[in-house]
Design a protein around this ligand. Structure first.
Ligand SMILES: Cc1ncc(COP(=O)(O)O)c(C=O)c1O
Length: 352
């Protein structure tokens, strides 16, 4: 099987297995697992922040970042299709009890006029005070789009002018840094807190790290405990995270190159399905609507031929490159998709 459902499907690298086996362990509930502390320190240093906190997942990192920074009755502002608003099963409302507003955007970048209009530094009868502005880079629903530096700087400027902190959901922020050719700390500097996942393109088995000011991270630690996220000898996972940070960042450029090659090949097969110019990192979202067949049907057909893909809604079919996808896998997927396309095109035109 060639698995293009997500970049979370990879297994640990040999270096990760070795680091996991040798990791010095303690009880992170007591904050004495040296490997967890080392990962947190490494992540904070790499992103130019005071402190870090290891968490079970990106979703939990976002949730504790919100809980640690928002005051009672304050609202969160974010682009409407962000993972926090659209893909975390309402945790922000159900678990954090926080009101939020989704703002319009383009390819994941919030409309700055809409943000300027919505943001409030004070409570008033006209609206809630804004407690936090959330950005997402890369933006998952926008096919892994990269928010430009100028946009992130503008969002931070607006938020800071109103005394409002910014949280960056940087589940794939290292992909963004590689695509932009900037130091990840430059991206993190446009936010007060930032989180990233070690288990996506970076290839570790599980976990995320939240970084930010020490006082916020101390609050986040309390909320992590409240959510049941205090794990014990979890240095076993953090060890793989250290390898991920040290060895797996630069190779993300390969994933981006392979995604682009795949998108170009798919466009050659069926130009209406994808615009390769919109594939900036490792996520491709095909729009299957012009075929009249639903994404789930295409996914089922591809599966019978050895390719796993992820339907996202009725028409969107997601393909994600990662370290197990090389040039040979890309060519194989193009062959499979091309053959299927020719067969289905025959069926579709016969039905017309
Ligand atoms: C932008 C973004 N944020 C957060 C998450 C959640 O990460 P996790 O699956 O580790 O909870 C994801 C998952 O894909 C994501 O794409």
């Amino acid at each position: 099987m060639i698995d293009l459902r997500s970049d979370t499907v990879t297994k640990p690298t040999p270096a990760m297995w070795e680091a996991m086996q040798r990791a010095e362990l303690g009880d992170d509930g007591w904050r004495d697992d040296p490997t967890v502390l080392a990962l947190e320190e490494r992540a904070a240093e790499r992103l130019g922040k005071e402190a870090g906190l290891f968490l079970a997942s990106g979703t939990m990192a976002n949730l504790v970042a919100i809980l640690a920074q928002i005051g009672r009755g304050e609202e969160v502002l974010a682009e409407a299709d962000t993972h926090i608003i659209a893909a975390e099963l309402g945790g922000i409302a159900a678990l954090a009890g926080v009101p939020y507003r989704g703002l319009p955007g383009r390819r994941g970048a919030m409309d700055l006029d809409a943000l300027a209009d919505a943001i409030r530094g004070r409570f008033s009868p006209q609206g809630l005070r804004t407690g936090l502005v959330c950005t997402e880079n890369t933006h998952t629903a926008a096919s892994g789009a990269v928010l430009p530096m100028a946009h992130m700087v503008a969002v931070a400027g607006l938020a800071r002018a109103h005394g409002v902190p910014v949280h960056l959901d940087g589940a794939r922020m290292f992909n963004a840094a590689v695509a932009l050719g900037v130091d990840p700390a430059e991206i993190a500097a446009t936010a007060d807190t930032a989180c990233f996942c070690i288990c996506k393109g970076l290839g570790a088995p599980a976990g995320a790290v939240l970084v930010g000011p020490r006082a916020v991270i101390e609050r986040a630690l309390a909320f992590r405990k409240q959510l049941g996220g205090a794990m014990r000898q979890v240095g076993i996972l953090a060890a793989a995270g250290i390898v991920a940070l040290d060895e797996m960042v630069d190779r993300l450029a390969d994933d981006h190159r392979h995604a682009r090659r795949l998108a170009l090949g798919l466009q050659r097969i069926a130009s209406e399905l994808v615009d390769p110019a919109e594939v900036e990192t490792n996520l491709i979202i095909l729009d299957m609507r012009p075929t009249g067949r639903r994404a789930a049907e295409w996914a089922a057909d591809l599966k019978t031929r050895g390719v796993l893909s992820a339907p996202k809604g009725p028409w969107a079919l997601r393909l994600v490159t990662h370290r197990d996808i090389g040039p040979a896998e890309v060519e194989r997927v193009l062959e499979v998709f091309g053959a299927l396309w020719r067969e289905r095109a025959g069926v579709l035109s016969a039905a017309e």
